[in-house]
Design a protein around this ligand. Sequence first.
Ligand SMILES: CSC[C@H]1O[C@H](OP(=O)(O)O)[C@H](O)[C@@H]1O
Length: 376
Amino acid sequence: MSSARTLEAIQYTRGNLRILNQLALPHETIFEPVLNVQDGHAAIKTMKTRGAPAIAIVAALSLAVDAHARLEKNEFKSVDEAKDFLLSSLEYLKTSRPTAVNLFDTAGKFATLINKLVQNGAQEPKDLVMPIVEAAEQMLVDDVQDNKNIGKHGAEYIVNHVRDKSNISVLTHCNTGSLATAGWGTALGIVRDLHRNDQLKHAFCTETRPYNQGSRLTAYELVYESIPSTLICDSMASALLRLNPSVQAIIVGADRVAANGDTANKIGTYQLAITAKHHGILFIVAAPSTSIDLSMQSGKEIVIEERPANELVTTTGVLLDNNQSTTVRTAAQGINVWNPSFDVTPCELISAIVTEKGVAVKQPGQTEFDLKAFLS
Ligand SMILES: CSC[C@H]1O[C@H](OP(=O)(O)O)[C@H](O)[C@@H]1O
């Protein structure tokens, strides 16, 4: 199913935003309009749009289309009214999901820009709105370039640090590709680079219960790109590493990386790091520097989102005979549910953190990363 067309989760032209409803993948490709910040918040909260970078981009673009439409209709009667709308909308968008830092990083940068424009004497609402529209649009461009750089740095690091560079298979978790970003992807971007460089023997991906980002999204991307790949259950990871010596690296994304390298990522990441350590293979975190939160020294401070119980007791994307996908209940009625969407992998289990700026590694004898120094 290889195609020259790249997969995209976000379709945008100025004043128009549509998002791919990822709850319907892989069976149905449904793009839905996002007209305002309420639509953007809902798309993120319901996980129609997901993935740390994509969450920030869709939030920013939902603000851009909302503010642009209001500007076109002359709804802002003053600079102050435009400022109040923009700042309150950013605070509202931040309430959609708590763990991925990219959204909060973007909201902070946009608020700083707005306040700076006001201090510099913005005269009309457009003097605030249009720089925000342009900043949101620039995120689409920057994210793809960041991911291309992550792919390049990550592929080089893996090839130079595995035991047998002629026999490289990798395992990845969740979805970190074009469906989680503006394009190419982070961890899956490294897989794309290894494949494009003819350095990849095979890519394994986990189902990633309960939302099934792996079976529904990553498998979809790997098949789409004709990358030799195999889907496994989350519970099969250790057996795979024990039985298949070609798997020499586990590559995952990140939602929030603390200054010492502790990493919040999709639930199940921590146990993959443990089994990577046990089997003596690389455990690589791939993320843009906007996923690094230097305000948090360690992962102890990271808020872990808990998702609704119904997302665990049901399975989304079940295909019916009429080719419609649906959600079915699989767990017994009445059972209690714990459904954290993320876990935190301690820095001592992480081999390297690959960013668009390069690869962060620990100093010899150190168990922590010094990401403040790495990014300075
Ligand atoms: C490049 S995506 C990073 C990160 O986001 C995903 O979480 P979710 O699907 O819940 O938004 C997953 O943790 C990925 O590793």
